[in-house]
Design a protein around this ligand. Structure first.
Ligand code: SF4
Length: 340
């Protein structure tokens, strides 16, 4: 669970139930600064003189706001729209794709007017009838570590569970899912867990849940009947990488029950980076040991107009062949969505 150092309530947010729950939980905690704003200006309340310190202070800040304007961002190819429940994430993964997307102070923001947001998702769903509309709840966030005191996912899962024509999906590196287990989800919410080898988690995924806790949480949601999946990302090539990733797959399979209604899905993404991301990472994690040598990578233009450094084709093929073969051999009831 995310326990911030400071909580900033933006204008009007205290009129909503979520804000009261947050105050009930943290209001008396002497270690947490509570700031109530009569505007939406928050920057001066998050300290830091340079990117290094602003990053760390931002990651310890929770902002409670009210979502104004209800145009949802699209979210291709994995979903039709982003569902804006939370933005930002308490994790400090060195390679995180959000490092360049959340500004200099990457705070965690929760939206208090969840009922209005869900109503808007209903309008988007109605526009596309009779097709099913898919919403992604973790496009710019990890919504799970704030769930114990926002209950936003709980509301969203119940809302989507009651609608034949809409679906919710989200991915997490955390394990605060116990309050989601007994909900009437009707199979309309897919929960994916982002996993990596113990070496990569220890080295790069700071302030996230341990591998053991993530796997245990994934087993609980699978047993609760949710469509469940694993995002294995980013895959790094290092000494013994195949043994470590194989052990990871075997460990998951050992714990999964055999009678699941939905196939376990796999998405596998090899490590890649942009020049902008590398520059940012070098400032906020100057001692990082991430494998980011351009001369050992293949530059490729992406669909959004900027290029990425991928592993060279022979390494990518090796990753694809390895995961295809291992997942096929180890798991019975599964679906590989993609390996890239
Ligand atoms: Fe980024 Fe996910 Fe790590 Fe959060 S948990 S910092 S979203 S990679």
């Amino acid at each position: 669970m995310f326990i911030p150092d400071r909580i900033i309530f933006q204008k009007d947010s205290l009129n909503y139930e979520i804000s009261q729950k947050i105050l009930d939980r943290f209001g008396d905690n002497k270690n947490i600064e509570i700031i109530t704003l009569s505007s939406n200006r928050y920057k001066q309340h998050i300290p830091g003189d340079d990117l290094y310190s602003m990053y760390r202070e931002g990651k310890k800040t929770l902002i409670v706001g009210v979502k104004k304007g209800f145009k949802f961002q699209t979210c291709k190819p994995s979903a039709h729209y982003q569902l804006p429940l939370v933005s930002g994430c308490m994790g400090q993964c060195e390679y995180c794709y959000l490092n360049t997307r959340l500004g200099d102070r990457p705070f965690i923001k929760v939206y208090a007017n969840i009922d209005e947001i869900l109503e808007q998702s209903g309008r988007y769903t109605n526009e596309r009838l009779p097709d099913i509309t898919i919403f992604e709840g973790a496009a710019t966030s990890d919504p799970v570590p704030v769930e114990p005191y926002t209950n936003s996912l709980e509301k969203a899962i119940l809302f989507f569970g009651a609608n034949k024509y809409s679906r919710l999906r989200f991915v997490t590196k955390y394990n605060d899912i116990d309050t989601l287990l007994n909900l009437e989800h009707n199979g309309h919410t897919e929960i994916r867990f982002s996993l990596n080898t113990p070496k990569i988690i220890k080295q790069y995924e700071h302030a996230t849940a341990s591998l053991k806790k993530r796997i245990e949480a994934s087993i609980k949601v699978a047993k609760a009947g949710y469509p469940t999946g694993y995002l294995i990302a980013p895959v790094f090539i290092y000494d013994n990488w195949k043994e470590d990733y194989r052990d990871l797959l075997l460990e998951i399979n050992k714990m999964l029950p055999g009678n699941l209604k939905y196939p376990i899905t796999f998405e596998v993404i090899s490590h890649r980076y942009t020049t902008v991301a590398k520059d940012r990472i070098m400032q906020i994690f100057p001692d990082n040991t991430l494998d980011m040598k351009e001369e050992e990578r293949k530059f490729k233009y992406g669909q959004f107009g900027y290029g990425k450094y991928l592993y060279p084709p022979e390494s990518l093929n090796e990753i694809k062949e390895f995961f295809q073969k291992e997942i096929d051999e180890i798991f019975q009831h599964k679906e590989i969505k993609y390996i890239i």
